[in-house]
Design a protein around this ligand. Sequence first.
Ligand code: DGL
Length: 280
Amino acid sequence: MKQNLPTTPGPIGVFDSGYGGLTILSKIREALPQYDYIYLGDNARAPYGTRSFEIVYLFTLQAVTKLFEMGCHLVILACNTASAKALRSIQMNDLPTLDPTRRVLGVIRPTVECIGNITRNGHVGILATAGTIKSESYPLEIRKLYPDISVSGVACPLWVSLVENNEATGPGADYFVRKYIDQLLTLDPLTDTVILGCTHYPLLLPKIQQYMPAHIRTVAQGGLVAESLKDYLHRHPEMDARCTRQGTCRYYTTEATEKFSESASTFLNQKIDVQHITLE
Ligand code: DGL
């Protein structure tokens, strides 16, 4: 076990490469307001979506270790790219030596679990970062649970930038929103359900809904992840007992704090206090 990890109960850690995980955090806090949370955004090294497997794994492991050192017993990887590229290795290789009683959960599995009840014809599309699409995590996870569902995926490399640069609702976004939706529907014209497999995409929903044919169901993951966490804590009273409950949330970023506070307000619709942190 790693030396000096606090053993007393602590907050739930929520990690993302940057701001996007705030869309997941806000749904988690809506569903489970009584718990304490630490949000950690690795903004200085975002985006992760274009980075290699090795780098995403290394950065994610550093963040998870930091959150454990800060007292978290349970960490949610609120980042699809980190969930796709790092979660399995951390669970299998690192947790046993860091501390086998701590847990790290991702966002892909909870999203995928619900898909069988949402699609009517078994044709599911994934819109995500290049890294998540390349990892094949969504099709692999879906096939494990629902072998008959056919899955197609398209990387949307410009969408994160549109959101990060506050252009999600601007006229310039239309071209790229339409482009990737059209690509997906060309791959499989029978698609009836589309998963937004990236934390940033819920902020593009007004434009996505404009260009997505009305019969297609668009699935954002925040609510699904929140419900799954609620269920997890219910099924694991030993972990639930190690999560403190005062309804607080502390925010940390690896970038400049002013920049984080300003951009975070786009995601949360409120001003927040944030502290700087270094990951290594
Ligand atoms: N948080 C990432 C995800 O959900 C998107 C941003 C990034 O590429 O770092 O995949």
